[in-house]
Structures are given as C-alpha cells and as structure tokens.
Design a protein around this ligand. Sequence first.
Ligand code: IPM
Ligand code: MG
Length: 366
Amino acid sequence: MPSLLLLAGDGIGPEIMAATKRVIEFFNAKGAGFDTVEGLVGGCAYDAEGTPFPKSTVEKAEAADAMLLACVGGPKWDDIKEYDMRPEAGLLGLRKHFELFANIRPAISYPALADSSSLKREVVEGLDIIILRELTGGVYFGEPKTIEDIGNGQKRAIDTQVYDTYEIERIARAAFDLARARRGKVTSMEKRNVMKSGILWREVVEATHRQGYEDVTLDHMLADAGAMQLVRDPKQFDVVVTDNLFGDMLSDIAAQLTGSLGMLPSASLGAVDEKTGRRRALYEPVHGSAPDIAGQGIANPIAMITSFGMALKYSFGMIAEADALDAAIADALADGIRTADIAMGGPSVDTMGMTDAILAKLEARL
Ligand code: IPM
Ligand code: MG
C-alpha cells in the first residue's frame, strides 16, 4: 500500500492539511489505498516534544513512501535563540537528513488567474516554468555558521557558501532530465562575477552538459539579472537551475507571477536508490505558515493540494490522477471560485469552500 507521512506543521498548516486529507480520501474512495500516518515537525513539535525535529518523525519518514509537509514557523517561536531549536530547523533537518537535493518548484499560471498577478496578463498568461533549487548545500548548511563576540561591543556573523563538484553535478543532471521532458531549455543562474562558488557552479554545469546533454539548450545568467528577467519576460524560461539561497528568492518571485504564493507547490527529491528504484521525497507548498491568517479557515489550500498532486506524479506514478487534479483546480478557478488571496477584493470562499469546489470538479472528471 502506498504510504504518506503527513506533517501539518504550524500556522495555517493544519487547515490546508485538513483540506488535502479530503483530497487523499477522495482518491482512496476510488481505490488508491493511501495509508497515512501523522507526525510533528517545526514549532508544534518543539511545543510537544522539546525539539522541532523529533526522532519519532524521522522514524515515521523512514517508513513512508513520501512525506507531505504543510509549513512551519510563526511569531510564537520568534524568541527561540538556538538555531537548532527554531521551527525552520525541523524542515531543514528533514531536507538534509534525507539528502533531498532537488527541489522542483513549478510556476504555472492558471488561465483564470492571469489577472490576479501583479504583472500584465500578456506577460504571465500561459506561463509554465520550473525553478529547480539545489536544496541541501550552499549557505543554508555551510560551516562555519556562527555569531561570535569579537570584543569592543562588536559581534561578527558568519555564513558559509560552499559547493562541491558532485552537488552541482547532480542538480545539473536533474535540470537537464527535467528540461528534456519539457521544452528542452535550461538556464543556470549564479553570481560568478563575485562568488567563487558561482565560478565552480558554471564550470560544472557546463561540463555536465557536455556529458550527453547537448540536445538540451543551456544558457547562463547572473542571478540578479535573472531575477529581473523573471519579472520582465518570464516565459523565456523553461527550467531555471540555481543554488539554495538564490533558489529560495527566485522561487518566491516565480510564485508571485502566478498570482499568489498560495498557488505554488514543490517537490524535494533525493537520488534514485539503485536497489529499490525509489527516491526519497518531500512535498510542500512554497509558501510559509501565514501566521496573520492562521486559525481563520481562509487560507488558500491550492499549493498544498497541488503538492499532493506532485506526489501522485513523482512518487506514485499516478499521472492521470495528477493531471485530473490539476484540471479540476483549473475548472474551479474558471468558475470564479477564489480564496481571498486571489479574489482581488471580489467575493471569496474559505479553505473548505475551495476544497469542496475542487472535489466537485474532480468527481466530474474521474
Ligand atoms: C522555503 C522556505 C524555507 C527556506 C524556510 C521556511 C526555512 O522559505 O522553503 O522556501 O528558506 O528554504
Ligand atoms: Mg522560501
């Protein structure tokens, strides 16, 4: 039986996870047979078990075929000083523990939402790009990572940007493989004009390209210019591959192109296990825990639901079901159903209202 570990996390997490459970139940009623287990990560885990990254969660994750995570963090835990005890450490712990190095963040503009973007309709209409973010290296995990006292009332903060050849090579391969199944174009973004890691990044991406990926078109951009191009003419891109920190920022930009951060799912994948053919996977929305609206039942569940859609596709090979889910969401949006974040001041439904609409459209399609 396919198994899923559900990690609702903090803030709006439990609300959008409850919505997604209804979608899982829908597929189970059709015979999918998903076995779900729940676990704690982030602030809720810190409150319950004194750590944002409990062993019990790692054990449950080891046993599951895939993880579905909503979001972590919030003002409640802002005063925790110890880096390892902050809610985000739970999320980063999962990524690192399972070596989920390939973070696929698709930005797709639903036709009905082209006017919800802060950009002109013609700039975003039909947008379908992927930001492929390296997720287990770079400045997020590089050592040393410290704040030290250097006397005279001064402190020094150090973060370390570090990349090894193999880390760049495996994410480059992932980019070329993804692009091959799409429009065949990869744009690599770094800052080689100021960063040594940018120089190596470009070198390794180019070398990997020469190793049997010449059928894919490869371009390079400095990450700042790439950010500008993402808002100027996003449709020029197909797959953008970039490091952990640039990927964090560029994917928020890409999300906003589609109308709202509430729309963007992601998949974080590990290497394919040669023995089992399986790969570790964590699926989560790109957005955060939105503490400002938590508990009100009004959050947009689409990024969470489409994250489950990505699990159907990448972990369970249920392509037809994943496509039907995407189409059902597009149908609901085409009917004018909107949560507040994409309603542009017009009438809106709450989290469960949006979920009802998506399930009704799904029922009509399957
Ligand atoms: C993301 C988030 C995380 C990150 C935070 C919550 C640690 O912004 O997944 O994009 O910075 O990676
Ligand atoms: Mg982010």
